[in-house]
Write a protein that binds this ligand. Structure first.
Ligand SMILES: *[C@@H]1O[C@H](CO)[C@@H](O)[C@H](O)[C@H]1NC(C)=O
Ligand SMILES: *[C@@H]1O[C@H](CO)[C@@H](O)[C@H](O)[C@H]1NC(C)=O
Ligand SMILES: *[C@@H]1O[C@H](CO)[C@@H](O)[C@H](O)[C@H]1NC(C)=O
Ligand SMILES: *[C@@H]1O[C@H](CO)[C@@H](O)[C@H](O)[C@H]1NC(C)=O
Length: 579
C-alpha cells in the first residue's frame, strides 16, 4: 500500500559514527569537558551534578586549569582524592547562585484586572498569592557576567528574567512561554517584553534559542515557542514596531529548525519534510554527567556517543526523559532509558508547533503588509499540513502518532501530545478534531482524578505516568476548548477543574507550587527522574493563572474549603456525566 523509505536531509548525519565530527557540549574546558569536570563529577561531591557546573570561577580558566594540572600531577594516575578536590574547589570556585542580584519586577502591581473574574473566594485569594510569586522568581544577572563571561557558566542576557525556580537558576526556553502568558495576565508587560528580548538576543548570538541560559546548554534548543511568545505580547500590546523588529529574528530561528532539525520521509512516492529533535554533540551532559556516564557503561564507544546525543535530543524535546523516546533492539517503542532514541522519532507536538509557527509567521507578515512573505509561510504551513496528515495522522485510531525512522511506522502509545494538532489547529477536516476527542475518551487517560498523565506507562521517568505536567494540560485544554462541539468544550472545562483542584490542594498542603503533579492522590507533587521535584514554579503558575482567567466564573476550589457551595454539585454532575 505505502511505499516507505527514509532519507536524512543533512549529509552531516552520514558522519554520525565518526567521533571527531562532533563538537563537545560547549567549548569551555572547565564546564563542558576536561579533567576538573570529570574528576569533580565522578567523585560525587554534591547531590546534584548541576551544582558544580553552576559554580563561578575565582580566576581565569587557564589559571585554574594549570593549578589543577599542578595539583593532580602529585597523585598516582592524576587522580585527586575527594578531600583535595573539595579544597581545590573552595580555593578556585564560588558557590552557585552568585551571578544573580535579587530583582523585584518594577511593573508588578497589586490588582491586575483578571483577578476580578474569579468567582470562588478561595481560588481568588490563591490567584493573588500566585500573582505574588512573580516577585520571588525574578532574577537579574550581575553585570560581572557581561564583563568577564569566562568566569561563569551563566550566559549573559540583557534583561532580568522570571526563572522556573528550585535547581533551575537561569532562564529556560519553553517554560518561558507559559511564564510570559502568566506575566501578561498579571499586566507585567515590561517584564514579559524583557524576557522575549533576551530570547531574540540569544537567536542573534547562537542562531537559535539554547535550552537554557547556561553554556552547557548551548548546542541544544527546546520546543520553539518564541514566535508564540511574540504573538502573545502582540495580542496584548498591539505594538507593531516591536513585531517589525522581531520578525527577521523569528525567521532566523525558523530557518535553524528547517536546516538543522528536519528530515525528509519518502512516503507513497512523495517526499515529506518533517522535524525532529537532534543534537550533534557527544560526551555526557555536563549538568547530569555521572547519570549519563553510568547509563552508558558497557556500551561500545559508538553506542555511547549515540546514546549521549539522543539523551541531549531528549533534553531538547523538553521531555527528559520518557518512554516516548525509547526504541528497543527490535524496533519497538519499548525498553529502558538506555534505549532512548529521540532523534529517530518524528514527534507530533514539535510538528504541530512548527505548523502553528508557520501560520503565525504568515499572519505577522500580512499584518505588516508583506503579502509575498505571508504567502511563502502559508505555503510552508500547507506543506506541513499535508506531511502531518500523511505521516502522523492515523485515520483508524483517530489521532496523530509519533513516527519512527527505525521501523518506518507510527508508534501507538497514548501521550497528550497525540492531540497537539488540535491545539495548533493544524488539520484540514473538522471531523479530525472530533475524532481526536473520541480517541482521547477511549484512551484510558481520562480516568485519573487530577489531570491527564504524560503516558500510561510507569517507567520511573518523570515524563511518564503518573506525572502530569502543566504545559501539556494547558495545550490539551486550550485545544479542546476551541473545538466547536459542546462535548469537547465540556471536557476542556472538566480537565481545567481537575487541574486547578490538584494544584490548589497541593498548595494548601505544602504551601508551594510544583513543576509537576501526580494524577492520583489528594493533591501531591510528581516524582521520578533525575532530580527531586522542584518548587516555584514558573510554568505551573502561568498555567494556573491562565485557567483561572479562562474559567474563573465557574471553577471551584474542589471538594474542600469551598465557599460558593452551590457550584460544586454542578461540577460533580458534569464530571459524572463525562464518565
Ligand atoms: C603550576 O606549576 C608551574 C611550574 O611549577 C608554575 O609555573 C605555575 O605557576 C603553576 N600554576 C599555578 C596556577 O599555580
Ligand atoms: C546548521 O547546519 C548548518 C549546515 O549544516 C551548519 O553550517 C550550521 O552551523 C548549523 N547551525 C547550528 C546553529 O548548529
Ligand atoms: C498514494 O498514492 C496513490 C496513487 O498516487 C493514491 O491513490 C493514494 O491515495 C495515495 N495514498 C495516500 C495515503 O496518500
Ligand atoms: C516490552 O518489554 C517488556 C520487558 O522489557 C516485555 O515484557 C514486553 O513484551 C515488550 N513489549 C513489546 C511490544 O515488545
Amino acid at each position: 500500500m505505502y511505499n516507505l523509505l527514509v532519507i536524512c536531509f543533512s549529509s552531516v548525519t552520514l558522519f554520525a559514527c565518526v567521533k571527531s565530527a562532533f563538537p563537545p557540549p560547549c567549548d569551555s574546558e572547565i564546564y563542558c569537558t576536561g579533567p576538573i569536570l570529570h574528576q569533580v563529577q565522578t567523585a560525587k561531591l554534591f547531590d546534584d551534578d548541576k551544582y558544580f557546573v553552576d559554580m563561578k570561577l575565582r580566576a581565569a580558566p587557564d589559571v585554574v586549569l594549570s593549578a589543577f594540572h599542578n595539583l593532580s600531577s602529585k597523585f598516582p594516575n592524576n587522580n585527586v582524592p575527594p578531600a583535595d578536590l573539595r579544597e581545590f574547589l573552595n580555593e578556585h570556585f564560588e558557590k552557585p547562585g552568585t551571578e544573580f542580584e535579587s530583582w523585584t519586577p518594577p511593573d508588578w502591581h497589586d490588582k491586575p484586572k483578571f483577578l476580578g473574574g474569579i468567582a470562588d473566594e478561595q481560588l481568588l485569594k490563591w490567584a493573588g498569592e500566585i500573582h505574588n510569586l512573580w516577585k520571588s522568581l525574578g532574577r537579574k544577572i550581575h553585570t560581572g557576567v557581561n564583563d568577564q563571561p569566562e568566569l561563569y557558566s551563566q550566559i549573559y542576557t540583557p534583561n532580568p528574567v522570571v526563572v522556573p525556580g528550585g535547581r533551575f537558576r537561569e532562564l529556560y526556553y519553553w517554560d518561558s512561554y507559559w511564564v510570559i502568558n502568566g506575566l501578561l495576565l498579571s499586566e507585567m508587560t515590561d517584564t514579559a517584553l524583557g524576557m522575549i528580548q533576551n530570547f531574540l538576543y540569544l537567536v542573534n548570538r547562537y542562531g537559535f534559542v539554547p535550552n537554557g541560559g547556561r553554556i552547557y546548554y548551548e548546542r541544544r534548543s527546546q520546543p520553539p515557542f518564541l514566535t508564540l511568545m511574540v504573538e502573545s505580547y502582540y495580542q496584548t500590546t498591539r505594538n507593531k514596531d516591536f513585531l517589525r523588529a522581531a520578525l527577521p529574528v523569528l525567521e532566523k530561528e525558523y530557518q535553524f529548525w528547517m536546516t538543522n532539525r528536519s528530515v525528509a520521509v519518502l512516503l507513497n512516492g512523495t517526499l515529506q519534510v518533517l522535524n525532529r529533535y537532534h543534537v550533534q554533540a557527544d560526551l555526557p551532559r555536563p549538568e547530569s554527567y555521572t547519570d549519563d556516564l553510568e547509563l552508558a557503561e558497557g556500551l561500545t564507544d559508538e553506542l555511547k556517543e549515540q546514546l549521549w546525543m539522543d539523551l541531549k535530543a531528549g533534553a531538547e524535546s523538553g521531555w527528559d526523559f520518557t518512554s516516548r523516546w525509547f526504541i528497543d533492539g527490535d524496533g519497538h517503542n519499548n525498553g529502558t532509558l538506555k534505549e532512548t532514541r529521540t532523534s529517530q522519532i518524528l514527534p507530533v507536538d514539535l510538528n504541530a508547533l512548527l505548523c502553528r509557527n508557520e501560520k503565525t509567521l504568515a499572519s505577522f507578515h500580512r499584518l505588516l503588509g508583506d503579502g509575498d512573505s505571508a504567502a511563502r509561510y502559508d505555503q510552508a504551513a500547507a506543506r506541513r499540513l499535508e506531511a502531518v496528515e500523511l505521516v502522523l495522522w492515523d485515520a483508524e485510531r483517530g489521532a496523530w502518532f509519533d513516527y519512527s525512522l527505525v521501523t518506518h511506522s507510527r508508534h501507538s502509545e497514548f501521550h497528550p501530545s497525540n492531540l497537539a494538532p488540535v491545539w495548533a489547529r493544524c488539520y484540514s477536516r473538522p471531523e479530525m478534531g472530533e475524532q481526536a476527542v473520541q480517541y482521547l475518551r477511549g484512551s484510558g487517560a481520562l480516568q485519573y482524578p487530577n489531570g491527564v498523565p504524560t503516558s500510561l506507562k510507569e517507567s520511573g521517568q518523570q515524563w511518564d505516568y503518573p506525572n502530569a505536567w502543566p504545559p501539556l494540560q494547558h495545550m490539551l485544554i486550550d485545544g479542546l476548548s476551541k473545538l466547536p462541539s459542546k462535548d469537547a468544550q465540556q471536557l476542556a472545562f472538566d480537565l481545567a477543574q481537575r487541574w486547578i483542584k490538584t494544584n490548589w490542594l497541593a498548595y494548601i498542603k505544602y504551601e508551594a507550587m510544583f513543576e509537576k503533579y501526580d494524577v492520583n492522590g489528594d493533591g501531591k507533587p510528581g516524582g521520578g527522574g533525575e532530580y527531586e521535584v522542584q518548587l516555584g514554579f514558573g510554568w505551573t503558575n502561568g498555567v494556573a493563572l491562565q485557567l483561572l482567567d479562562q474559567y474563573g466564573a465557574t471553577l471551584t476550589s474542589g471538594g474542600r474549603h469551598v465557599s460558593s457551595g452551590f457550584l460544586l454539585p454542578l461540577v460533580i454532575a458534569a464530571t459524572l456525566a463525562l464518565q
